[in-house]
Design a protein around this ligand. Structure first.
Ligand code: PLP
Length: 436
């Protein structure tokens, strides 16, 4: 007998039987290993924050917090999640280009480390509702852009942040603040960066921008958030970041900055890098069929839970690592297109995936799916709802989110009596003119 495909010794097949499929399984040990490996190597001036949007499950956030990570949140519910996960206010920042007044007030009430302001308008709005001493970071859209980011967030016209050039001319707006105290800057250049040099250059560029803006505009540098954007390898031709090379480069740049600005907190905020590797999306094959010479496995979950693996919008379809769970060490000598149950041709988890023979009822796992899984997928499409989520921690499996039920999905809706005629057909006139 061969070893079962397992998480901390618990066969994933048992988890699928116990909690049903489709199912996300997260491994707290992988979260800890990933965080610790980075933390051990990073310069002590750098605080690692976890970007909750990558995987906002409260138990995942609680693991990150227990490891020592701060939390970066972007909505009222994410802020409440940080609180629920037990985050200290001093280890929470809030960002996002369109914060509501309610969100800003919640940040003030919680007393978080800083609100990251993304426009001069927002800065003024925060100032109006604040008490003196409210800390803010200015999100800067840098004058440079980054190489190697799959999705670039800065250095071009964007709704995020304030253009570096514009900020340099905004001294009057900053001087007009009565309550908000600007304590530094934030910049985020893009996501899925796998080139260490690109990250080092971003860091150097952001720290240089921080120096310049603070000197020109006269605010202190108590905190500088250098973003991050560290990627993980998903596709065949990709390689994971070399952590030693990355941290050596980043640390050199940070050390120089820290020597000039002792006591300044440097934040690196990471979602995908911290959470991506910990998760597997587990689906069950329902039907196996052939169409025009191609083999298909139709499973019980797809793009409704895992848009990232489907990659809609990408020009070429590239597959996430997809494995057979029941026969994971059998020779993967077949090719299957693995689809979900939705009524759209886009619902393809993987095209021509190498797998051993698949039979109905077999389990298939999409690996490296701990970040941007259900949270960034159209979970309501075809009204399937959110999948169940399980966290394996200290060799124990915990259900950390119930799968949505039909009642959950319908309970938010309100049925209004449809307008009908006495005959029960569509309304053709007013009630008075309806036939007696
Ligand atoms: C999404 C986002 C992150 C997290 O990005 P990852 O690539 O998952 O690390 C961090 N900061 C900002 C501003 C973001 O928008």
């Amino acid at each position: 007998m061969t070893d079962a495909y397992a998480v901390q010794g618990i066969p994933v097949a048992d988890l699928a039987d116990r909690f049903g499929t489709p199912l996300y399984v997260y491994d707290a040990e992988v979260l800890a290993e990933t965080y610790t490996a980075l933390r051990r190597r990073l310069h002590p001036a750098v605080d690692v924050f976890y970007s909750a949007k990558a995987n906002p499950n409260v138990s995942v956030c609680a693991v990150m917090r227990s490891l020592g990570a701060g939390l970066e949140v972007s909505s009222l519910a994410e802020l409440a999640t940080a609180r629920w996960a037990g985050a200290q206010p001093s280890d929470v920042i809030f960002l996002g280009p369109g914060k509501s007044e309610e969100e800003l007030r919640a940040c003030l009430e919680y007393g978080i480390a800083a609100v990251v302001c993304e426009s001069l308008d927002e800065l003024a709005a925060l100032d109006r509702i604040s008490r003196p001493g409210t800390r803010a970071l200015l999100r800067v859209n840098p004058a440079f852009s980054t190489k190697g980011a799959r999705l670039s967030m800065g250095g071009k016209p964007r709704q995020f942040g304030i253009d570096h050039e514009l900020l340099l001319r905004s001294g009057a707006a900053l001087r007009a603040l009565r309550n908000v105290r600007v304590i530094g800057i934030h910049a985020y250049m893009g996501t899925r960066i796998l080139d260490p040099d690109g990250i080092v250059q971003n860091t150097a560029g952001i720290l240089a921008a921080a120096r310049e803006l603070s000197a020109e505009l006269g605010f202190p540098l108590e905190t500088v958030d250098i973003g991050g954007g560290l990627g993980i390898a998903y596709f065949e031709n990709e390689k994971d970041l070399d952590l030693d090379q990355l941290t050596e480069g980043v640390n050199a740049v940070v050390a120089e900055f820290a020597a000039e600005h002792p006591g300044c907190r440097v934040i690196m905020e990471l979602g995908r890098y911290l959470a991506g590797r910990c998760g597997t999306y587990v689906v069950r094959a329902r039907y196996v069929k052939q169409s025009k010479g191609e083999w298909f496995v139709v499973t019980d979950g797809g793009m409704n839970h895992h848009m990232a693996a489907v990659g809609v919008g990408s020009f070429v379809k590239r597959n996430f690592p997809i494995r057979s769970i029941d026969h994971h060490d059998a020779l993967a000598d077949r090719r299957y297109t693995v689809t979900g149950p939705l009524c759209t041709p886009d619902d393809v988890l993987g095209r021509k995936v190498a797998l051993p023979e698949v039979r109905p009822g077999d389990l298939i796992g999409v690996e490296r799916s701990g970040a941007y899984g259900p949270t960034s997928s159209p979970v309501l499409f075809l009204s399937h709802g959110y999948p169940a989520e399980v966290l394996v921690s200290r060799a124990t499996a915990h259900l950390v989110r119930h799968r949505d039920t039909v009642e959950d999905l319908l309970g938010r809706q309100i049925l209004v009596d449809p307008p009908t005629t006495a005959a029960g057909g569509p309304e053709t006139g007013t009630a008075e003119t309806a036939p007696q």
